[in-house]
Design a protein around this ligand. Sequence first.
Ligand SMILES: [Zn+2]
Length: 441
Amino acid sequence: MSDFYDLIIRNGIVVLPWGEERVDIGVNLGRVARIGVTSAAEAGEVIDATGLHVLPGLIDAHTHLRDPQQADVESIPSGTRGAVLGGLCAVFDMPNGNPSITTPERLQTKKDFAATRSWCDLGLYVGAARPTIDGLAELELSDGVCAVKVFAGSSTGDLLIEDDETLERVMRTGRRRIAYHSEDEYRLRDRKHLFHEGMPYASHAEWRDVEAAFLGTRRLMALARRTGRPAHILHVSTAEELDYLHDYRDIATVEVLLNHLTQWAPDAYDRLGPYAVMNPPIRDRRHVDAAWAAVRDGLVDVVGSDHAPHSRAAKERPWPLCAAGLTGVQTIVPMMLDHVSAGRLSLSRLADLMCAGPARVYGVVGKGRIARGYDADFTLVDMKRRRRIEDSWIVSPCGWTPFAGTEVTGWPIATVIRGQMVMRDDEVLGEPAGRLTKFMG
Ligand SMILES: [Zn+2]
């Protein structure tokens, strides 16, 4: 057995799938080679993790990096730079750019662009669009594709698929788990006349009410059961859906957003105005409490950010003209660590929600846990570090975070991807070397 490694991480408390252990990890050729390296072993590089926890490389499975054509707001280079600064080893990017990623040609163009520009590993969603439904079965099997994304509500142009007949057609193509934006588009349209321009930003949660989300999810679950097609319900935002979904675990997995665990109405709208407007909306405390209960009882598989940057000009318009969507890729790990510090979940559960969970839901190959043979992806965190999140720290060109001014306890100190340290102490290192994440076909 080799006693020489490319990299050894020494003296950290390692969050293994079976619990926390104070153990040293040896890495060769970008993979975990040994857990429990002896003190005599040598390495090309040693990371001293004294005082730090070593988490499996965290993944944000829900981001909108906006490439191409919105580089003034966000791009793959800037968004993945924010990701590694925030302690993430991989992000999955949504397909609703301009153009939307709905064909093999567009997907290839995006892969070619990202090949030399991403700081972390990438998974790519492909979008379900009416004209290209017949191509989805093949498209979802392309390298680097994490899932088909269906906007059953809340989208524009070719990506909106709101009717049961077409949703069922989509479900009957292919076989991998489909990720859904679940709000009932018809109810959103029907209720829009009840509101008018210039009403308070909190109106967002009244227009896009509990029933809009719950009805959307009930419809999707009926179709998923009928077709047998596995579903992943993104950003579940209501107590009603969470209570309902525990009866659908044979067919459904569940994502909850950091924002829906952290912010509530009316407080968020009072403090942040348009910077609290997102879809599905931030709701009252009852739903926040239900989301935490669902984290604790195991219903929630994944926590994501739904990083969706917009310019300040686009945000600072009267409701409902203000753009919906908040930044989050750089702040999700510090904010979740603060929740750990407050005793709301354990580091093990965080690793489950942001590494093992995404790996299980999307079928990631070679990531999801610290174990021999897996990618040597690590998020090193200091659970004692106190720090204030500031707009000036955010590298997204839009330049703002809804968490500005929040003081957190717990901070990502280093990001290691496939054995390479890409971030240490707020500094991004080397060149963009992110690769496409591998998925089971
Ligand atoms: Zn989203």
